[in-house]
Design a protein around this ligand. Structure first.
Ligand code: ATP
Ligand code: MG
Length: 572
């Protein structure tokens, strides 16, 4: 492609609306344009990258024996009522009515539609297993669309659904999909990790997520170096502290902590370690515990609450709902920064680590006051205990190995759904004994458009994007410096453009009437792996300059050898 023919607008300034590197760089490089919150147009260069990702995904799914189909994006409400999700999916689901007042939604996922296909098409165990997939636009009315394509409202997903006669067959396809996902992320040149995960609202038993590793990732992943353990922190169990709780030494005393609202402020004022403090969080109780009931969750000061674990404790509302400051003040008689479990008459559940503390500091249920030297069993009843916190680096895995934490961007998620949809929607086949049996189901998602953003999060520098070669919109950026003035530069660049394309490379030729500085800056911003610079000075000696975008290495190369030089630079 010749840049002079493509209306490409790039800019130097960091767009104010973009918080993360991928969003900033995709806007600056002209890969995407925003239409409205969470809605983006893929501009020509961006679309080339998206199509490359799509191609790798499609090839690997086909290789795994999955069958591509294309389902409608708009789905009738009746199917969702059958599965029971019309009422539980909530505001994430974009609902609409047609001219006959019939209700529909724009699909956020396609379990219902594919189950409807399966119950019509599949009649016998002899037709199983089967794995269908599509690469299609989804809509989720995310509460906080942000980070550009990372959490968009409209996005491209590869979703696959498999049907089985028994668990063994489901397990086989699930394992095959896990391997297929590894092949896909390997082929795309991404550094990634797979972890055990929560199944969320899609439901089912076993699930595994695939994350592109990047510091900006929204998810925290707990893993051990010897790979005996890898789990999303949402799910990772925190081991209870070993040994007996230390005996009490101090006596309980009330101390003033004026204006201290956070654990850090309390610790500073009292000169104590956060591990010597506990914090109390009030959450709504499940409705069967009576209207308006609250539960106090107590964690050690240095730990953070895990909302999924907490919501799983019997009697706590699911999803977890934190009490408002007003409710807290009304129930505890103090602002959130000064509340504690001593003398309260609501249910107290302590995290294992908090229950293991002795002589600790907690809020006194009086504004600006804390208690020191507090001990369970002496100053307040022994608490109920549960695992309520996020694991941290240095915690032990169930196998007794130290846990490390990495940040990740979820780009894929595979689930064993079991008979959740086939039972509610009556998708059954005849088994080998002629008996009607509900099929078992698996589902497998990849965030195709999110992969593009995640790749940039993982691969960029202050100058711009550094595409992994398999995802780059072009292999080579050919810069014709002052080509509008120099006939020699123009004809040499034209010749190279032809020969490099004939050698199988996708070449973006910068033949614009632009200053060299602009060409270099744009080439770096666009992140094309190999740059070939044609200029008068080099041509006088029969050479062009080669620049590697990732390593920054440069070399003077004879014009005739540039193809071979690039081939030698390419990742194997
Ligand atoms: P998340 O936890 O990030 O909201 P999810 O678990 O709801 O995602 P799945 O239902 O597992 O998502 O969807 C499959 C894949 O689709 C995800 O792994 C992710 O890569 C992608 N995806 C989900 N939501 C979005 C979104 N709002 N924007 C872009 N990609 C998304
Ligand atoms: Mg998911």
């Amino acid at each position: 492609m010749r840049l002079s023919k493509l209306p490409l607008t790039t800019f130097k300034e960091v767009p104010a609306e973009a918080e993360v590197a991928s969003h900033q760089l995709m806007l600056r490089a002209g890969l995407i344009r925003r239409l409205a919150s969470g809605l983006f147009t893929w501009m020509p260069l961006g679309l080339r990258v998206l199509r490359k990702v799509e191609t790798v995904v499609r090839e690997e799914m086909d290789r795994a024996g999955a069958h591509e189909l294309a389902m409608p994006a708009v789905q009738p409400a009746e199917l969702w009522q059958e599965s029971g999700r019309w009422d539980v999916y909530g505001p994430l689901l974009l609902r609409m009515r047609d001219r006959h007042e019939r209700e529909f939604c724009f699909g956020p996922t396609h379990e219902e539609v594919i189950t409807d296909i399966a119950r019509r098409e599949l009649k016998s165990y002899k037709q199983l297993p089967v794995n269908y997939y599509q690469i299609q636009t989804k809509f989720r009315d995310e509460i906080r669309p942000r980070f550009g394509l990372m959490r968009a409202r409209e996005f491209l997903m590869k979703d696959a659904y498999s049907f089985h006669i028994d668990q063994e067959s489901l397990q086989q396809t699930y394992d095959l999909m896990a391997d297929t996902y590894c092949n896909i992320f390997d082929r795309l040149g991404l550094s990634y990790k797979s972890v055990d995960a929560d199944s969320g609202e899609i439901g089912g038993a076993q699930s595994r997520e695939f994350h592109v590793l990047a510091d900006s990732g929204e998810d925290a992943l707990a893993y051990t170096d010897n790979e005996d353990f890898a789990m999303n922190v949402e799910l990772a169990p925190a081991a209870a502290p070993a040994g007996e709780r230390p005996a009490p030494h101090a006596s309980m005393a009330k101390v003033a902590t004026p204006d201290a609202r956070t654990i850090d402020q309390v610790c500073q004022q009292l000169a104590v370690d956060p591990r010597q403090t506990v914090k109390t969080l009030l959450v709504e109780a499940a409705t069967d515990a009576g209207d308006d009931a609250l539960v106090a969750l107590v964690l050690r000061g240095d730990h953070s609450l895990n909302p999924i674990k907490a919501a799983g404790v019997p009697g706590v509302a699911t999803p977890l709902s934190l009490a408002s400051s007003e409710r807290i003040a009304a129930v505890m008689g103090a602002q959130p920064g000064s509340i504690g479990p001593v003398g309260s008459n609501i249910r107290v559940i302590a995290d294992y680590s908090a229950a293991h503390c002795a002589d600790f500091v907690c809020g006194a249920n009086e504004d600006g006051q804390h208690l020191t030297g507090v001990n369970w069993g002496r100053d307040l009843p022994e608490p109920e205990v549960a695992d309520l916190r996020n694991v941290v680096a240095g915690d032990m895995s169930p196998g007794g190995n130290p846990i490390a934490i990495a940040r990740g961007i979820e780009v894929g998620h595979i689930f064993q759904l079991g008979d959740k949809y086939s039972t509610s929607m009556d998708a059954a086949v005849l088994d080998s004994n002629g008996r009607k049996t509900a099929m078992l189901m698996g589902c497998y998602g990849i965030g195709v458009s999110r992969i593009v953003a995640a790749a940039i999060e993982q691969n960029h520098d202050e100058k711009g994007i550094i595409w992994p070669e398999p995802m780059a919109p072009f292999d080579i950026a050919l810069l014709a410096l002052n080509g509008r003035k120099s006939e020699e530069v123009r004809s040499s660049a034209d010749k190279l453009y032809e020969t490099l394309q004939a050698a199988g490379y996708a070449v973006l030729c910068d033949d614009r009437d632009a200053r060299p500085g602009v060409m270099f800056a744009d080439a770096d911003l666009l992140g094309i792996p190999h740059q070939v610079v044609v200029g008068d000075r080099g041509l006088a000696n029969g050479v062009v300059e080669y620049r590697n975008r990732r390593s920054g290495d440069t070399a003077e190369v004879n014009i005739a050898d540039i193809g071979a030089h690039i081939a030698a630079q390419q990742a194997p």
